[in-house]
Design a protein around this ligand. Structure first.
Ligand code: PAF
Length: 280
């Protein structure tokens, strides 16, 4: 496994691999890897000749009062996990190499970022699409793998790729959960023992709503009330930012739930913002 820091060097390696006819699988991450990331790496290994993992905590996608400075980092540990999974390259650029002082170009998808997380994190998805397009241009992947936990992110990236004719196949992969249902996230690291207990109510609410839908309930207001009531039982959930049932592609809120709609939730537990979702 090789660690590459320079964007130019990574791009040259990728272009040479492509010339040699290799299929490149790419897993973009912000590091502090967990089983969710590793499931993406394993899928990428199966479907490609070469696997590149990027580790870059992208300052552009963090708001002023968000957790950029305290975002968990452990590069050594990430390296050994990648080594174990037989990753071929880790791309590990610096912020100044990715965004030199004269940087002036941004990528913005319209409408899709106006709902769910985007409503509460202005500029976040512009930061995501900008860095992801840069990473795609540097790593030249055939296939790129994203977790469905960040469902809105996945849909926005798929839209960007389609609208801008980016020759990358963007593949969404299932959420990986802890045995008690909590969706894996690098941010789970922030939770105290007591907060961790409250966090379980997030997936509990989603599972209950899905079960109620499967028993025939289609009224979104009723499904939402049920989910929110479960979240309210968690002593340390201090804010429910949203609990929505949305169309899986347009992300528009629904009134009558249908199969394959997405139930998406964001809450604050202490200073930790957690998101999760489930497909009906
Ligand atoms: O999902 C993430 O970890 C990040 O948003 C991504 C896609 C690596 C872009 O910084």
């Amino acid at each position: 496994m090789e660690v590459v820091k320079s964007p130019l060097e990574m791009q040259n390696i990728a272009l040479n691999l492509k010339k040699a006819g290799k299929r490149i699988g790419f897993v973009p991450t912000m590091g502090y890897l967990h089983e969710g990331h590793l499931s993406l790496v394993r899928r990428a290994k199966q479907e490609n000749d070469v696997v590149v993992v990027s580790i870059f905590v992208n300052p552009l996608q963090f708001g002023k009062n968000e957790d950029l400075d305290r975002y968990p980092r452990d590069f050594e540990r990430d390296c050994s996990l990648c080594e174990r999974e037989k990753v071929d390259y880790i791309f590990y650029p610096s912020a100044s190499d990715m965004y030199p002082e004269d940087f002036k170009t941004y990528v913005e998808v319209k409408d899709l970022p106006d709902v769910l997380c985007g409503k509460f994190r202005p500029g976040h998805f512009r930061g995501v699409t900008t860095v992801v397009l840069k990473l795609f241009n540097i790593v030249q992947p055939d296939n790129a793998y994203f977790g469905e936990k960040d469902y809105q992110q996945l849909k926005i990236i798929q839209r960007m790729v389609k609208d801008l004719n980016v020759p990358v196949n963007v593949i969404g992969c299932p959420i990986v959960r802890e045995p008690d249902g909590l969706a894996m996230s690098s941010r789970n690291k922030y939770l105290s023992e007591e907060e961790r207990k409250s966090a379980v109510f997030i997936s509990k609410a989603l599972f209950q709503v899905k079960e109620t839908f499967e028993r025939g309930e289609r009224d979104v207001n009723k499904l939402k009330d049920m989910g929110i009531n479960i979240l309210k039982q968690a002593p340390l959930i201090r804010e429910i930012q949203y609990f929505e049932v949305v169309h899986p592609e347009s992300l528009e809120p629904k009134e009558i739930a249908e199969s394959s709609d997405v139930v998406a939730v964001a809450v604050y537990i202490g200073n930790t913002r957690l998101i999760d979702n489930i497909r009906l």
